[in-house]
Design a binder for this molecule. Sequence first.
Ligand SMILES: Cc1cc2nc3c(=O)[nH]c(=O)nc-3n(C[C@H](O)[C@H](O)[C@H](O)COP(=O)(O)O)c2cc1C
Length: 328
Amino acid sequence: MKVLGITCGRKNGNTEILVKEALMGAEELGAEVELVSLNDLTLKPCTGCNACVVSLLGRASNGDCVLKDDFNFIENKIMECDGLILGSAIYEKGPTGLLKILSDRMGPSHDVAFRMIAKKNREEQGITTGKPIDERSFKTRSASIIAVGGSEWDTLALPLMQLTLISSHMDVVDKMLVNWTGLPGNILFNDEALEKARNSGRHVVKTLLAQTDRSLSDDKEKPEYIGEQGLCPLCHSKLIEIRNEDKNYPAICGMCGVKGTLNVVDNKVKFEISEEDKHHAHVFLSGKFEHGDELNNVALKKNPRASELPQMLEKYKNYLSYSKPEGK
Ligand SMILES: Cc1cc2nc3c(=O)[nH]c(=O)nc-3n(C[C@H](O)[C@H](O)[C@H](O)COP(=O)(O)O)c2cc1C
């Protein structure tokens, strides 16, 4: 069993120390461990060219990214692993920019529902040319998320980190947020956080050992989650957006997108969702397939007036040229 640690922060910094603690915990239980520091990699931002999704859904090929950088390296490491410890320093209330780039690059092209559709299309159409879908996409994986900040400016950190893992359908079995850890190494004075991180690594391995024959499609039997319960009963996020204009669903989970209501029960705010709305959540395969349908039927649907577009675009193409640094 392989457990990969990805650390996004300073070399030998607080995040790296906690990720290493978690890896030590995983190793204690017999896992083979490996560490990648995202800062060692060159990752270009996604350009939105959509070549990956077209390759996957249009040609039933493997959804490779066309950008030439270190993405293949980290993608392969993620595909290879069974367990993941994802750590990030908190920058501007969220994860570091480089992790956000990885998150975009691991987006639609790594959506397991899209990959399942592509695999089915390939089989049904008897396509044997081109690169097949990476079978490792369909493994069940457990992950732990660790966010480390110098203050309490932290609201987007865990949700955005969890989003990085949503496409590949990883089960997040623990989340850990550590505040007030500014100077490098300061985390070493926080025994509780060190112990929690080590336990988190152990727990990732325990969930993997406990579910040897669980399939990726089995959303009902999720592995045990040991982090803070949060507000959303499905993804444990605390980030809920209020949408008062929608009478049926005045609240929506900022992480998994499930809609519900906020109510006060025993002086505590509760995010309540109905049984029939649960399957829309993006942490479930049903929610991912639904998203695929929405994209096909709405977002990517050709407008009946599409032939008029080139002429309509002229107005904007000819308005202003980009200001750029000299020589670019
Ligand atoms: C650009 C930048 C932005 C930061 N923004 C936040 C923030 O919004 N909230 C917070 O709690 N800490 C913030 N910090 C502090 C770091 O999260 C903190 O120092 C942390 O320990 C860094 O982790 P590391 O030691 O693994 O690099 C910021 C640091 C930097 C460099």
